[in-house]
Write a protein that binds this ligand. Sequence first.
Ligand SMILES: O=C(O)c1ccc[n+]([C@@H]2O[C@H](COP(=O)([O-])O)[C@@H](O)[C@H]2O)c1
Ligand SMILES: Cc1cc2nc[nH]c2cc1C
Length: 342
Amino acid sequence: MIEIPLPDSGAHADALARLDALVKPLGALGRLEELAAWLCAAHGTVPPRPLDDVRVVVFAGDHGVAGASAVSAYPREITAAMVRVFLAGKSGVNVLAGQVGARVRVVDIAVDDDLDGVPDEVRAYKIRRGSGAIDVEDALEAGEAERAFEAGRAIADAEIDAGADLLIPGDMGIGNTTVASALVAAVLGVPAEDVVGTGTGVDEAGRARKVAVVEAALARAAGRTAEPFSLLTALGSACAAATAGFLVQGAARGVPVLLDGVYSGAAALVAREIAPDAARWWLAGHRSTEPSQAFALKALGLAPILDLGLRLGEGSGAVQAVSTLRAARAIIAEMGLLADLA
Ligand SMILES: O=C(O)c1ccc[n+]([C@@H]2O[C@H](COP(=O)([O-])O)[C@@H](O)[C@H]2O)c1
Ligand SMILES: Cc1cc2nc[nH]c2cc1C
């Protein structure tokens, strides 16, 4: 059992009182007020501390469904190639993180490539080369889901020990929207047809293939989806398990986590099955165009901060919500009081 601290309800109440006293009509700063109070509860103080040290960890890995089943608009080799792009600082999330001063780290959890020449620290947590094709086989061998989950926890610990004020999970994995859909469908008991989207941009025939893969996977894993590690083994991936561990450990350390798109939404849904109170430490950075993310966020009770029509993954949507969170902190830290109106 992983102990999760509770956010400070006293600080939350104090924050609401302070927000009402600021020089503005009651409630006029809308969602910013809600986020300010949330941060106060997370930090146990009014105003909350600055969010100076923001860290994105991109969990990279391949998914067997991207092999034979043609579920993605891009070939699986892109996953390994993108690891080098993250390291070169040229990916979408590198650029967007740069705008808010966030750091980006990429970790190879299950890339189907040896990644020769890539620094050892990137490969230090590798669980396997590619996860299994969930429509025809288990994603993971016995024990791998637990190992990947612990790897995600260790990665979160390292980032927090190095000073992280806010964690953002990123993902890179061709085929991973199919796996995310399978996890969401299994946890929530919704039909594949409702949760599957077009991912990197497949056409209607491609989406139909994804629905068929998810249906086959759900049928194959029937009876093994109630226990979260068994679910991750049957229908998930090493990256999903590692991301779940990362999310849970952020919560266990009392560090806020900003979820990104489809993949972190699905991992969060599974992570909540492992540590129900962990969800109190998570915010949703943005709304993805993929339907499974909307199902996951609704079930988690999270409303996305931004809605920019993004479907890149990598943590790219969440990093843009950092400015909004900082704005929320600034209002409660710096605005004047109604009582001081001349
Ligand atoms: O998070 C999202 O909103 C999102 C939506 C569609 C695609 N992606 C990214 O694209 C890849 C998965 O798409 P696909 O079509 O290969 O399943 C993976 O690398 C994700 O990071 C991400
Ligand atoms: C180029 C490329 C970059 C990505 N980043 C996340 N998913 C991706 C998928 C592709 C195809």
